[in-house]
Design a protein around this ligand. Structure first.
Ligand code: CMP
Length: 151
């Protein structure tokens, strides 16, 4: 089992497609274990993108994350990190394959709707950055034996 952090960026909410995106993750079989609406502070947005500090696009990236509410999500499932990255698609929407979230719902530039953790280390850091421990819930679903278990 893995956990991963997903952010639906302000463009997803402003375009009123946040629920469509969440539904894709749920339909795939992933479990929501953390979910909330956040107005990111400059500090919270900058720390989230700390690895990009100093790059020419850093200020724009931080400003975009702060430009409206964000939906912060923790998803859990087998191989959740790579599964979610594959569902999200390439960083640049015009390069994202059809069938991915960006390939189906985004078009150009870097209005790419979604952020998703890229490794177990990043996921642990990003989950702790956006969620308090008691905001991430542990629970079982009856349907998981139909989704996860092999014969
Ligand atoms: P995200 O998946 O949120 O993680 C890092 C973000 O940096 C990425 O989405 C893009 O929005 C952004 N990014 C990556 N490369 C560039 C670039 N060359 N110019 C502007 N933004 C970029």
């Amino acid at each position: 089992m893995e956990r991963t952090l997903v952010l639906l960026k302000p463009d997803a909410l402003q375009r009123a497609i946040a629920m469509q995106i969440l539904e894709r993750f749920e339909r795939r079989g992933l479990r929501f274990i953390g979910l909330k609406l956040v107005a990111a502070s400059r500090e919270q947005a900058s720390q989230h993108y700390a690895e990009h500090e100093g790059k020419f696009f850093f200020d724009g990236l931080v400003a975009h994350l702060q430009s409206g509410p964000v939906v912060a999500v923790v998803l859990e499932g087998p191989e959740a990190i790579s599964v979610v990255r594959a569902m999200v698609g390439a960083t640049r929407p015009h390069e994202a394959a059809a069938g991915t979230i960006r390939g189906d719902l985004a078009l150009a530039g870097l209005r790419n709707l979604v952020h998703a953790s890229d490794s177990p280390e990043t996921a642990a850091r990003e989950i702790a950055h956006w969620f308090d421990a008691d905001e991430v819930l542990d629970y079982d679903r009856q349907l998981d034996r139909w989704v996860y278990e092999s014969d």
